[in-house]
Write a protein that binds this ligand. Structure first.
Ligand code: NDP
Ligand code: 2IT
Length: 460
């Protein structure tokens, strides 16, 4: 069944009809996948005028094709816990698009993982990867396995069981997974070990590897650093920088940690971090000494962020709360999808926040995005602002295939340049009466390359 109408029609009302009609048909074909529908709707709103104005896109049915994954792999993962009990989880890989390069995107281990969540993440990844300027298609995968509270041995056995099926479907020229929520250096190590055992190949089929065995310098830092560079570029359009600004950061995992570090290094003050149980507020700022303690807490002891207030007197813990009610200049949502609702967004704007740079994927609900756009603040959507992580993954692939290693400074310079070019592209495609709509800019710039490749490569 065709989703997009075949002929171009004019006018704002007609356009809305086109979008609504497309969404209704698309939602009927993927029932219950609410996060996926949300991600598609945001892109379709941005690009429908372009699709309708370009005969080649209409005839090739580019939108109809982009919302169907090229392939979905679903599998059973069976492993034994430390008590010898059999555990069963679901494993997935959504290979969304290979139009501009091998499938590329992270693996998420979290109890909330299901097909709809991974389709949303894979869909976002296609446009994000296109924005990086590197040759990478889009994918996402993972499992409903919860690493929290599991021993290292249990995590290892789970990763081995997961890779025992996934290895058939991935490879350095076909599909290159990496980390995401619940998948960090430890998990990538176990996954890589099993991949190697099964294939007898040491290659670049996973990124985020340890720097001593094939990983790139600066990959752990890349998403957070890149997100702050993107905020810096947005601020520079107003002649400003992060220096002297007060920032809210959510999450306390990989992306949050290096967002805080880069903000500190650029002279901003970060007053919050969080996890799914609550938020810590430190009015004096989470400086790099305190951050080193957080890194040990989260990455080594695998504790909870509330322990911060026992260690640093003067800090407060807001149980069950997100950071968004506090006054700030800058906000960096770096935990998960839909963590900023309409009320949060209103509160942020009312309290003086004028720059939001999304480290997480789709952290703002659609109503929150509307609030930011209507208030004309600097709002950098995830697929642009957090692209630094996958960009350095792309550089890791490049280093692996060339059997070489770039220095930290070299990778940092490339990361800066890539974030800068993403910003330039958003500005180019996102102009709206003197205001830069970064949502429109990111969606359009990311889409055009993929749509053109679809037209060039024929039916697939
Ligand atoms: P981590 O697993 O390292 O950290 C995740 C953090 O977010 C933890 O503090 C976690 O708290 C919190 N969190 C997770 N789920 C929820 C939830 N449902 N509600 C509230 N808090 C939650 O993951 P990352 O830092 O790697 O990823 C964070 C975000 O950044 C995700 O949206 C991811 O997709 C995105 N991203 C990651 C990239 C990467 O390179 N790693 C690249 C680009 C984007 P708790 O411990 O309580 O679960
Ligand atoms: O959402 C993302 O961009 C990631 N989790 C990183 C993907 C990658 O392949 O490095």
């Amino acid at each position: 069944m065709t989703l997009a109408a075949p002929e171009s029609i004019g006018g704002a009302a007609a356009l809305e009809q086109q979008i609504d009609g497309f969404m209704m048909r698309m939602a009927a074909q993927s029932p219950g996948e609410t996060e996926f529908h949300q991600a598609v709707h945001e892109v379709v709103k941005s690009v429908m005028p372009l699709v309708q104005s370009k005969r080649a896109y209409r005839e090739a049915k580019v939108l109809d094709r982009m919302v169907v994954p090229e392939r979905v792999i679903m599998f059973r993962v069976v492993w034994a816990d430390d008590a010898g009990q059999v555990q069963v989880n679901r494993g997935y890989r959504v290979q969304m698009s290979s139009l501009i390069g091998p499938y590329k995107g992270g693996l998420r281990f979290h109890p909330s993982v299901n097909l709809g969540v991974l389709k949303f993440l894979a869909f976002e990844q296609v446009f994000k990867n296109s924005l990086t300027t590197l040759p990478m298609g889009g994918a996402k995968g993972g499992s409903d396995f919860d690493p929290k509270g599991r021993s290292d041995a249990e995590v290892m056995r789970f990763c081995q069981a997961f890779m025992s099926e996934l290895y058939r479907h991935i490879g350095p020229d076909t599909d290159v997974p990496a980390g995401d929520i619940g998948v960090g250096g430890r998990e990538i190590g176990f996954l890589f070990g099993q991949y190697k055992r099964l294939t007898q190949r040491f290659n670049g089929t996973l990124t985020g590897k340890n720097v001593f065995w094939g990983g790139s310098n600066l990959r752990p830092e890349a998403t957070g650093y890149g997100c702050v560079y993107f905020a810096g570029d947005m601020l520079s359009t107003r002649g400003e920088s992060p220096k002297g600004k007060t920032a809210l950061v959510s999450g306390s995992g990989n992306v949050a940690q290096y967002t805080v570090e880069k903000l500190n290094n650029l002279g901003a003050k970060v007053i919050t971090m969080s996890d799914s149980d609550g938020t810590i507020v430190d009015a004096d700022g989470i400086n790099n000494d305190k951050l080193a303690w957080v890194l040990e807490l989260k990455n080594v002891r695998r504790g909870r962020i509330r322990e911060y207030v026992d260690h640093f007197k003067g800090a407060k813990y807001l149980a069950g709360k997100r950071p968004w009610g506090l006054p700030c200049d800058l906000a960096f949502p770096s935990a998960t999808q839909n963590e900023i609702d309409e009320d949060d967004a209103r509160q942020l704007v009312k309290n003086g926040c004028y720059c939001v740079s999304e480290g997480a994927n789709m952290p703002s609900r659609p109503e929150a995005v509307e609030v930011f756009l209507n208030a004309k603040i600097l709002y950098g959507p995830g697929k642009a602002a957090n692209a630094g992580g996958v960009a350095v993954s792309g550089l890791e692939m490049n280093q692996n295939s060339g059997c070489m290693k770039r220095s930290r400074d070299d990778v940092d310079a490339q990361l800066r340049a890539i974030m800068h070019s993403i910003h330039e592209n958003c500005v180019k495609y996102g102009q709206q009466n003197g205001f830069v709509n970064y949502v429109l800019g990111a969606n359009t710039a990311g889409f055009v390359k993929v749509a053109d490749a679809m037209v060039h490569q024929g039916y697939m």
